[in-house]
Design a binder for this molecule. Structure first.
Ligand SMILES: NC(=O)C1=CN([C@@H]2O[C@H](COP(=O)(O)OP(=O)(O)OC[C@H]3O[C@@H](n4cnc5c(N)ncnc54)[C@H](OP(=O)(O)O)[C@@H]3O)[C@@H](O)[C@H]2O)C=CC1
Ligand SMILES: O=C(O)[C@@H]1CCC=N1
Length: 282
């Protein structure tokens, strides 16, 4: 379903571009409905205008004044400056959606000194091709229709899961950062393929299709990954021999630690950029 509101991206980096690309490709919005602002990198804004035909703003507050849905997409460390700069332009027409890792909706409301509805979202960069796995949580001023609006928007660029806000740290560790873990695995598979004399393009096709097939099997069969793995693993065969290496290097434990550490880092970012005086106050 298309939205008929103007959407402003405050922060025009990787995540904003992934969402802009997904929103336009999947026809939730036409380019003229999207406006982007960043801190100072005008070339980046011109690049996005050229690539997607979107509007660009002279300042973040200019973008805010022209839009009803605001997507906060700067780094957590820049949130304070960015929100101070726009707070006088926030009005009752605005729905605020933050994709910032770790930063709570309470903190955003506090910095904005506003009771405008805030939805916290954790998408991932697969939004660019309509495959984000996004977690969503409503802040205390958001009503059901605000969450529904955010769900509509993110459903257009992947799947959405609504959760309590505390769970967004886990979503960040698992799915927000998740594509990077998969690319890390792929980098290792490429290195192995190269040392086994496969060409770059042969390896690329084989690896991408193998991942795609496994992901579809997980979704379509509904089987537990252990069962799916067992079906690949013949006793005394190649897979068993390969997996013995993964076990030897404790790869399962490493991945579990990786996801937990990323989730913990999300909590740390929240504390790092939330002065104690701002916790829970609006
Ligand atoms: N990348 C990812 O995979 C994901 C990222 N996120 C979250 O998305 C957010 C953005 O990440 P990402 O896109 O990777 O970051 P980038 O560094 O790629 O982009 C950040 C953008 O924020 C802009 N910015 C900085 N300060 C301000 C300001 N005061 N006012 C307006 N814009 C400002 C920067 O502008 P300039 O260049 O001019 O300084 C830049 O355009 C982060 O909070 C991150 O946690 C969430 C899910 C996944
Ligand atoms: O690395 C980060 O902090 C951001 C949040 C999730 C993915 N990228």
């Amino acid at each position: 379903m298309a939205v008929n509101k103007k959407i402003a991206f405050i922060g025009a980096g990787s995540m904003a571009e992934a969402m802009i690309s997904g929103l336009i490709t999947n026809k939730l919005a036409v380019p003229g409905q999207i406006i982007a602002a960043n801190r100072m990198n005008t070339n980046r804004l011109l690049e996005l205008k050229e690539r997607y035909g979107i509007d660009i703003a002279a300042s973040a507050s200019d973008a805010v004044r022209k839009a009803e849905i605001l997507i906060l997409a700067m780094k957590p460390k820049d949130a304070e400056d960015a929100l101070y700069a726009i707070r006088d332009s926030i009005g009752e027409q605005h729905l605020i959606i933050s994709v910032l890792a770790g930063i709570s909706t309470d903190h955003i409301s506090c910095l904005l000194q506003s009771d405008a509805p805030v939805i916290r979202a954790m998408p991932n960069t697969s939004a660019a091709i309509g495959y984000s796995a996004t977690g969503l949580a409503a802040g205390k001023y958001a009503e059901d229709h605000d969450l529904k609006q955010a769900e509509e928007l993110f459903n257009c660029i992947g799947t959405t899961t609504c959760l309590k806000e505390e769970s967004l740290h886990a979503v960040t560790g698992l799915a927000g950062s998740g594509p990077a873990y998969v690319y890390y695995l792929v980098e290792a598979m490429h290195q192995a393929a190269s040392s086994l004399d496969l060409s770059e393009s042969e390896a690329r096709d084989l690896i991408a299709q193998t991942l795609l097939g496994a992901a579809h099997m997980l979704k379509m069969s509904g089987d537990h990954p252990r069962l799916l793995r067992q079906k690949v693993t013949s006793p005394g065969g190649t897979t068993e021999a390969g997996i013995q290496m993964l076990d030897q290097f404790q790869v399962k434990e490493a991945i579990e630690s990786c996801v937990k550490r990323a989730a913990q880092r999300s909590e740390e970012l929240g504390s790092l950029y939330t002065p104690p005086s701002a916790e829970g106050i609006v």
